[in-house]
Design a protein around this ligand. Sequence first.
Ligand SMILES: NC(=O)c1ccc[n+]([C@@H]2O[C@H](COP(=O)([O-])OP(=O)(O)OC[C@H]3O[C@@H](n4cnc5c(N)ncnc54)[C@H](O)[C@@H]3O)[C@@H](O)[C@H]2O)c1
Length: 391
Amino acid sequence: MLGSGFIARFYAESLHAQRRTDRIITVYSRNPENAKRFAEDYQLPNYTDVMEEAVHHAEVDVVLISLPNHLHEMAVAACAKAKKHVICTKPLGRTAAEAKRMLDMVEGAGIFGGYLEDLCYTPKFLKSLESIQQGSIGRILWAKSRETHPGPHSDWFWDKEKSGGGAIIDLGCHCVEISRNFIGKNIKPLEVMCWAATQVHPIDAEDHAIGLVKYANGAIGQFEVSWAFRGGMDLRDEVMGTEGTIWINSFLRTGFEMFTTGKGEGYVAEKAEVNTGWLFPVGDESHELGYSHMFTDMFSAIEENRDPLETFYDGYVVNAILDAAYKSAATKLWEPVILEDWRGNEPETSQKEFTSYDEEYYLIKEEVLPNGDTKLILKHKASGEVVQRTN
Ligand SMILES: NC(=O)c1ccc[n+]([C@@H]2O[C@H](COP(=O)([O-])OP(=O)(O)OC[C@H]3O[C@@H](n4cnc5c(N)ncnc54)[C@H](O)[C@@H]3O)[C@@H](O)[C@H]2O)c1
């Protein structure tokens, strides 16, 4: 484990939870006191304040990067040098160029590169994706993902140089990858339109943004991110297809509500702002946030010599989309997604297929009215005339 901060602890809770057999062998933290405390908390046999020592430890098969964004690349380089498999937290890079260098290092060294995008592993997400892939909601037209909270918990996030940006890079990476999965990873993201602003905090980066990602098949991905939202952590997705709809609420108001006068202080959930009054706790946070399924997929993939659901390549595509979002926020124009390495389908040129009512007409709409009549709205295929019929 590289890093001993917030996410390292979440990961450790998940890795050592219940009866899992995967173990953390050693932890690296630049501060030896933190490394020692982390090792004690999770009963680890080793700890160190020298990164290379952790990476090269003989018993270590896989290195887990839980360091701030600006340190991901050098940590991946250390893994490539040691030829140790690597799994890295999000965002993969601060830019697509940085992510591409990491992808090349991993592929060049012939090691496994897993992208720890936990929100693409929540039980609700996995079930939704399965339904979509089975065709339950038809062709995906629009996939929106929202992550907003009152702002991150460490100094480096607020420093644009170290983090690579504000809410877009920090939270947008989740939202973009969620939408991309729903729309289809083989579908090329073409261009991005994004509004971003620094509405509240005295920082150089954005603390609020909304963006649209246009895909080659006509689908649209939407992300909504904020570090200025009050009331906890709001994680919601909406997917609209030609045959159905999915709404997912992953954190607040998920059916678990609790009232307390404040007696007995305790942790409620990530980014919860209060611990009195009506609260929205989360049952098993690391499971509901996807960590359990994520690590199961990562380690199974290594053993089965296959790709995990989320790879370094996915991390690179996400960074390329976010690069375009930053550019668009500055130019106020649709900006192209620059992917020098695209491994999906080539952009489609096929026309949309409309539903035929009969030889002559397309069916636009059918609706049962309050009086029991069924109304049909039809379009004549040859003339284009729109007509209605009542049955
Ligand atoms: N849902 C998620 O997947 C999720 C959630 C939170 C954070 N993250 C990611 O995890 C990474 C770490 O975030 P965090 O929330 O744990 O941050 P954090 O500040 O809580 O922890 C960062 C760790 O890195 C150490 N560190 C900081 N600067 C360092 C330096 N210069 N050299 C060596 N060590 C240094 C800190 O001491 C700490 O142990 C980030 O990339 C972040 O985006 C992912």
